[in-house]
Design a binder for this molecule. Structure first.
Ligand SMILES: NC(=[NH2+])NCCC[C@H](N)C(=O)O
Ligand SMILES: O=C(O)CCC(=O)C(=O)O
Ligand SMILES: [Fe+2]
Length: 316
């Protein structure tokens, strides 16, 4: 929300993808153009659509189809993988269980996180230790999501990623938003909030949303909510709190929320590409220079940030 943007830009990252393993990519004019567009979008909106990302459309659709099938199951079935602190906060939450800024959200979800083995990050990672809880039904949900996570995570280490996200953490939220009239019998407006205004926590979020329902909204500098209308074949991308710190605020982690005012059920699968769990995150010198020479943030740590969020997302 750094500017008064009225729409969210669409960027074809195809030329960047084509050169991602080429050591001379820095000299390629097509790559330079994509980078200019990304930099501008991150400064102006903190949100952009990407196409030309190389993830097969068939898989993207299967991710949503199996999600919809799972949420159609009766509560007794879904609650077999109920999220608990003992499971490292992984698993199913029913509508109203996720809390944003003290208000229950009108969505249900399965939260998945990269596996954290015992002692992997010492005391810092204790709370997140555990492996994902996958449902038995639909049986293909687990393999589909695992393939999806592996493609979204990718694996092209360069200088930035090597030190800071060469061993990236990731989060997958498999989310369902009941249709407007079903969320509550009374139609009270405060209950229509599928997910309250928040920023994402890490580096970059890839939103895979239903093609035919507009519900995600992004806040601009004047406080207007700009809809991220679905564009088939694209991801909606937005930057997270850690990238804001690394960029010294040159890029902002933009506030967004979800309101499903459509009578139909909406599904969304959000993949969060995150820094290394335990890396110190501080403004980069190059970004401090570009933002007037003053450091705006002290040292942060993604793992600490995640743990504090997770613990307040589910207080009863
Ligand atoms: N991991 C997420 N981005 N979760 C959705 C955001 C809502 C969450 N309850 C929060 O307060 O931030
Ligand atoms: O449902 C959406 O479109 C976005 C969800 C979201 O913002 C989140 O889970 O962090
Ligand atoms: Fe979000």
């Amino acid at each position: 929300m750094s500017t008064d943007f009225k729409s969210i830009p669409l960027i074809d990252i195809g030329p960047l993808l084509a050169k991602c393993d080429d050591p001379d990519m820095g000299e390629d004019p097509g790559v330079a153009e994509v980078v200019r567009q990304l930099d501008r979008a991150c400064r102006e909106a903190g949100f952009f659509y990407v196409k030309g990302h190389g993830i097969p459309e068939s898989l993207i659709k299967k991710v949503r189809t199996s999600t919809r099938e799972f949420f159609k199951l009766p509560y007794e079935e879904k609650s077999k993988i109920k999220m608990t602190p003992v499971a490292g906060y992984r698993g199913y939450q029913r509508v109203g269980e996720n809390i944003t800024k003290g208000v229950p959200d009108m969505h249900e979800a399965i939260d998945c996180y990269r596996e954290v083995r015992q002692g992997m990050y010492g005391d810092l990672g204790k709370v997140m230790e555990g492996c994902n809880q996958w449902p038995v039904n639909p049986p293909d949900l687990k393999p589909i999501m695992e393939e999806y996570v592996s493609l979204c995570t990718g694996g092209s280490p360069n200088e930035f990623e090597g030190q800071r996200a060469g061993d990236p953490f990731w989060v997958l939220r498999i989310i369902g938003y009941p249709g407007a009239s079903k969320a509550n019998g009374l139609g009270t407006p405060e209950n229509d909030i599928g997910c309250g205004a928040h920023t994402d926590y890490g580096l970059l979020t890839l939103v895979n949303q239903d093609d035919d329902i507009t519900a995600l909204q992004v806040k601009n500098l004047s406080g207007e909510w700009i809809s991220a209308v679905p564009i088939p074949g694209t991801f909606v991308c937005n930057i997270g709190d850690m990238l804001k710190v690394w960029s010294n605020g040159l890029y902002d982690s933009t506030l967004h929320r979800v309101i499903n005012s459509c009578p139909r059920y909406r599904v969304c699968v959000a993949y969060f590409y995150e820094p290394n769990f335990d890396v110190p995150v501080e403004p980069l010198d190059v970004c401090v220079r570009r933002t007037g020479g003053t450091r705006k943030f002290g040292r942060a740590c993604y793992g600490e940030h995640l743990v504090s969020k997770v613990q307040t997302n589910f207080v009863e």
